[in-house]
Design a protein around this ligand. Structure first.
Ligand code: V0D
Length: 260
């Protein structure tokens, strides 16, 4: 269990609380605008049960769906999932193939609900390296939800933060050379505008499941001031309640330490 959640549960004398009480309480305090999640532990979850790793990914996708609903219900503005890193190509071929089918799977089961929820789906990362059936599912999500004004849902697919920063630097140098920008005008705001997250607020809260205490090339520039929450819970076991408690933990931490 999340260390800070253990602490929270242990010190909260008003236990037990219903889901609705928890949500109502959370909505009384400032929310994190942007929550980003590293969804780790699908393989380990499956191994513990003697199942193929792909079974962990299937259960992981169900949790993605539940957390989208929870974030939408709370009124969070941006939710980002680190679904596939540039490193993940090194996994067994059949596992990569399975992962690449998930977006089209998700399209069949969830696009309608996301449209009804007014969710806007966006991608971070280089789509062009993925198979054509993956690309068309991703494009259909983006296309069919591009005018929506509710929750912004980002999937980082084939994403790596150092690569993102390098591309930004190269583009900025080109724009200095062709006179579009002035070298002396390069500041944090301009740099942010060259990143894939342009236009989005930086993550306020980053959650990583499954016990690893690293950021692993995820949003390195953007998480300069983020609250980080690491939990031993494996992603396929991460429920809405874990999410609500994580947000509540964030609220307690940001009250204590102020905005920075
Ligand atoms: C596996 C846990 C949803 C993380 C969740 C291609 C690892 C299940 C999507 C998805 C993955 C992506 C884009 C989109 C709609 C859905 C997804 C991948 C992996 C990598 F528009 N789950 N999911 N994509 N997993």
């Amino acid at each position: 269990m999340i260390e800070s959640i253990k602490r929270l549960v242990g010190t909260d004398k008003s236990q037990p609380r219903t889901r609705e009480e928890l949500i109502a309480k959370i909505r009384q305090s400032p929310l994190p605008e942007h929550v980003a999640i590293i969804t780790d532990g699908n393989g380990r979850w499956a191994k513990k049960r003697g199942l193929p790793r792909t079974a962990g990914h299937a259960q992981g996708m169900k949790r993605v769906r539940e957390i989208i609903r929870a974030a939408d219900e709370l009124g969070i503005k941006v939710l980002t999932f680190y679904s596939f890193s540039t490193e993940n190509w090194k996994r067994p071929k059949d596992e990569v193939e399975y992962l690449m089918k998930l977006p089209s799977e998700f399209l069949k089961t969830d696009l309608q609900e996301l449209i009804e929820r007014n969710v806007k789906v966006q991608m971070l990362g280089e789509k062009s390296a993925t198979p054509s059936y993956t690309q068309s599912a991703l494009m259909e999500f983006e296309e069919r939800t591009k005018h929506n004004t509710g929750l912004i849902l980002n999937f980082a697919i084939n994403y790596g933060s150092r690569d993102e920063i390098l591309r930004a630097v190269r583009q900025m140098i080109e724009d200095v050379q062709n006179g579009h920008i002035d070298k002396d005008r390069i500041d944090e705001e301009l740099m942010s505008s060259y990143l894939l997250t342009r236009g989005l607020p930086d993550p306020d809260l980053v959650i990583r499941t499954s016990g690893e205490i690293r950021v692993s090339n995820f949003l390195l520039w953007q998480l300069a001031y983020s609250e980080l929450l690491f939990t031993d819970v494996l992603w396929p076991d991460f429920t809405q309640e874990h999410f609500f408690l994580a947000v509540e933990d964030y609220q307690r931490r940001s009250r204590r330490f102020g905005a920075v």
